[in-house]
Design a protein around this ligand. Structure first.
Ligand code: BTN
Length: 267
């Protein structure tokens, strides 16, 4: 369902000047690994690596990313922004804002952002972002931003079944991957170029805050004891938290679990 050829993809992306080269595969280990190899060999910004299937799709925190053939969008894009490595932490929130906007506008689904990089629909994960940075001294050599969207999956491996969803499962009908990808890349072109040219993160941050399903929630953070409240997202993409002793702190990366407080019995 929703299959497309490399030619159809190239023709759909013709007007997207940001995409300089399309590396299309039926099956690869991981598009991030392929894109990393290409970037090291000098491939330009705007190189898109896309595969129908990944046999070793990578998620954050060393996890795998289930990437069966023909149902998802599994892509990696090479970026070469001309700013200091410290600003590279803003790429993931930027992509999260773009993803939530494109999913919302093309499907009507309420796609929220769970800090730092999960796109949730109805509390379940529908998309994720894996950003990998290579920097030399004080400059960015390249950034690989890997995006996985569960588009038309109708089932998931046992171990993630309770936490994962797809657009198709959420909507009750399948979605054109080609249309979604075209929208995603044209929005990426607009917002990434705007961000790198003007260096302004303000608009992105206010959109991120609006779409955040983490701010204001009681959360648990892997590797930390106790319950913590998520207060805000900062200008550097960090999460501002307050622990049970009232101490506030910024965390730049980590694994957040939302705590669901069961409602009290009315009887
Ligand atoms: C996460 O939420 O853990 C990040 C998931 C990122 C998955 C995408 S799929 C395309 C790209 N290639 C990979 O191996 N991973 C990313």
């Amino acid at each position: 369902m929703g299959a497309f050829t490399k030619d159809q993809l190239a023709s759909a992306l013709k007007s997207c000047r940001f995409v300089k080269d399309i590396q299309y595969f039926q099956s690869v280990d991981s598009t991030n690994i392929r894109a990393g190899g290409l970037a090291k060999a000098g491939a330009p910004e705007g190189t898109l690596v896309i595969s129908e299937e990944q046999t070793a799709g990578r998620g954050r925190m060393g996890r795998t990313w289930s990437s069966p053939p023909g149902v998802g969008i599994w892509i990696s894009i090479i970026l070469r922004p001309n700013f200091l490595p410290a600003r590279a932490t803003l790429i993931t929130p930027l992509i999260a804002v773009i993803l939530s906007k494109v999913i919302r506008e093309s499907t009507g689904l309420d796609a929220g952002i769970k800090w730092p990089n999960d796109i949730l629909i109805g509390g379940k994960k529908a998309a994720g972002i894996l950003t990998e940075i290579s920097s030399v001294q004080e400059s960015i050599e390249y950034i690989i931003t890997g995006i996985g969207i569960n588009v038309n999956n109708d089932c998931f491996p046992e171990e993630i079944r309770n936490q994962a969803t797809s657009l198709r499962l959420s909507l009750g009908h399948s979605v054109s991957r080609l249309k979604l990808l075209t929208l995603l890349l044209s929005e990426l072109e607009r917002q990434y170029l705007d961000f790198t040219r003007k260096g302004d993160f303000g608009n992105i941050l206010s959109e991120y805050r609006k779409r955040s399903v983490t701010i204001g929630k009681l959360i648990a953070i892997r590797g930390r004891k106790g319950k913590i409240t998520a207060l805000d997202i900062r200008e550097n993409g960090a999460l501002l938290i307050k622990d049970s002793a009232g101490i506030t702190e910024e965390i730049i990366s980590g694994e957040v679990h939302h705590i669901i407080i069961p409602s009290k019995n009315k009887t």
